[in-house]
Design a protein around this ligand. Structure first.
Ligand SMILES: C[S@@+](CC[C@H](N)C(=O)[O-])C[C@H]1O[C@@H](n2cnc3c(N)ncnc32)[C@H](O)[C@@H]1O
Length: 273
């Protein structure tokens, strides 16, 4: 299922490396991940989320504040699957919180799964690989997925880039694409602290994924009380707001010791015809 990024032939695991029949060889890092991102696929020296963002996300998510989102995705996989042996790809998996929880959930449900997590950020993939050895963690880009055609039952894309063509190529006919994106009220209270004027428009992936059959949108809403300053900072630092917010707003937020937040995300379910 995993293919060579150079010649697209199947990659076979040989001890601590992957090799294709044309002898392209990719060694696994000591943490247990594989880097299949070619230098001509990089748009910068260290693409994707940096180490600080990865660590903030890990610390925040591990406190369970977004557990309901993870459960929402896991339930959808269980409800839609019609096999007891699933091939799943998590695109833009970050440090792997949702990927690992899906694996745990499927194991509890006695559903066998082979899960691949890919992310363009090496730091994110290293963090993921350090914490879970059951998943194939790969540094790769969503624009060039090192997975063979029509081989996946599920592609999951949570708060990450939508590149429709690659999802279409890698999914089996009848396979599901699950896209998680932020809704209108998501983190509204945090934005009210940071910005004078809060924008509430949100992105729906439905228009960009017209080549798939859209099954439905499931909204997942929760109200979460954060009772410590460190988690508030971690939440802010794991979002792109950290790059584009006014200094005074960030200082106001960083001074808080508690914050109630609204979690409002949409889980869109698509099927490949
Ligand atoms: C907002 S984070 C979401 C991470 C994870 N899905 C989660 O929800 O915790 C977006 C992730 O997409 C990754 N990313 C950005 N561009 C990418 C690309 N072209 N291919 C693969 N991953 C990408 C980033 O490095 C980052 O880890």
């Amino acid at each position: 299922m995993i293919i060579c990024p150079v010649c697209k032939e199947e990659l076979v695991k040989e001890g601590k490396s992957y090799r294709c029949k044309n002898n392209h060889c990719f060694d696994m890092g000591k943490q247990g991940y594989t880097n299949l991102l070619l230098s001509n696929q990089k748009h910068s020296k260290m693409p994707g989320d940096d180490k600080d963002m990865v660590m903030s996300r890990r610390e925040f998510l591990e406190k369970g504040y977004y557990q309901k989102i993870s459960q929402g995705v896991n339930d959808i996989v269980k409800e839609t699957c019609n096999s007891k042996d699933l091939d799943i790809l998590d695109i833009g998996c970050g440090e792997g919180y949702y990927t690992k929880r899906l694996k745990d959930f499927l194991e509890c449900e006695n559903i066998k799964s082979h899960i691949i997590g890919i992310d363009i950020s090496k730091e994110a993939v290293i963090a993921a690989a350090r914490s879970d050895k059951r998943i194939d963690w790969i540094v790769a880009s969503a624009t060039n997925i090192p997975v063979s055609e029509s081989s996946l039952d599920y592609v999951i894309c949570m708060f990450a880039k939508i590149i429709p063509e690659e999802k279409m190529r890698t999914l089996k006919s009848g396979g599901y694409l699950i896209v998680v994106s932020t809704g209108e009220k998501h983190l509204i209270e945090l934005k009210e602290v940071v910005y004078d004027k809060v924008r509430t428009e949100f992105y729906s992936p439905v228009k960009d994924l017209e080549m798939f059959e859209h099954i439905k949108t499931v909204n997942c809403t929760d109200s979460v009380f954060i009772d410590n300053n460190r988690s508030i900072k971690n939440l802010f630092d794991m979002t792109p707001y950290r790059w584009r917010s006014p200094k005074e707003g960030i200082e106001k937020l960083y001074a808080l010791d508690s914050l109630k937040i609204t979690v409002d995300v949409n889980i869109d379910i698509f099927r490949k015809p």
